[in-house]
Design a protein around this ligand. Structure first.
Ligand code: IPD
Ligand code: CA
Ligand code: CA
Length: 256
């Protein structure tokens, strides 16, 4: 099954790569900051058609077409293009993210970093890989030496949720903080040891189901802002190398 997920993520990635910097249609999802392109939809259609053909009984939770719940114990969480704003502006940082849960456990996570041709994949209990390379989080144990990454929700202007205060608190404590624009890639860079931590105040399950497993299988920790393990209802997400998790939670809690 993992090979099939990797294959379909690659095919969706091809659709996106071919569409990059072409004259695609853009629509707004409620606000002028929240975009969806015809390429997001094309990619999602391709992945859903595949799941429906190969696994007709499985549930699907997909960003652009919503929920299709079935009685199966398997559920697919699909972000057909994570990093749409980057994609729409010609910045080559975006991905395809597919996570599969069986009952209450994520069993597969796949993130395809399209423009770098890097396929990140994890299977529960079997580690995380980028292409053939096994991944491991870094061992940074001082926040002053940590390179961190974050993201901001589309409704930041209306629903700040202390996002700015939290960002400032980390800026003052860490070596540096980045904002790449694809949450799925942020998780993969934590799993690869590039970033010591990633937090974001408002994510959806298609953004994090795959990335969560990829980080945990690389030896990291992923929780919500209360320190609880993620469920598909989680919103506030902290992923780290494990060593800095408690310290990052304290910084987050200090800005609540
Ligand atoms: C977004 C990206 C971004 C994050 C946003 C997400 P989308 O996903 O992952 O990095 O900051 O919160 O919504 O809309 O490009 O799939
Ligand atoms: Ca997303
Ligand atoms: Ca998306």
């Amino acid at each position: 099954m993992l090979h099939k997920i990797i294959e379909i993520a690659k095919e969706a990635g091809e659709i996106i790569r071919e569409g990059f910097q072409t004259n695609f249609e853009i629509e707004y999802k409620g606000s002028v900051t929240n975009l969806v392109t015809e390429i997001d939809k094309k990619s999602e259609r391709h992945i859903i058609d595949f799941v429906r053909k190969e696994f007709p009984s499985h549930s699907i939770i997909a960003e652009e077409s919503g929920n299709d719940f079935r009685s199966s114990e398997y559920a697919w969480f699909i972000d057909p293009l994570d990093g749409t704003t980057n994609f729409a502006h010609g910045l080559p940082i975006f991905s395809v993210s597919i996570g599969v849960r069986k009952n209450d456990e994520t069993i597969f996570g796949v993130v395809y970093d399209i423009m770098q041709n890097k396929m990140y994949a994890a299977e529960f209990g079997s580690g995380s890989y980028m292409n053939e390379k096994k991944l491991a989080v870094n061992s940074t144990d001082k926040i002053e030496e940590a390179l961190l990454v974050t993201g901001f929700p589309y409704d930041i202007a209306r629903n700040p949720d202390n996002t700015i205060e939290r960002f400032v608190a980390f800026l003052k404590k860490a070596r540096a903080v980045r904002r790449l624009g694809s949450a799925a890639i942020d998780f993969c860079y934590v799993a690869s040891g590039v970033f010591a931590g990633f937090w974001e105040a408002k994510l959806s399950p298609w953004d994090y189901v795959a990335g969560d497993l990829i980080v945990r299988e690389a030896g990291g920790i992923v929780t919500d802002f209360d320190g609880k393990n993620l469920t598909p209802n989680s919103v506030q997400i902290l992923a780290s190398n494990g060593i800095l998790h408690k310290q990052m939670l304290e910084i987050i809690q200090g800005t609540r």
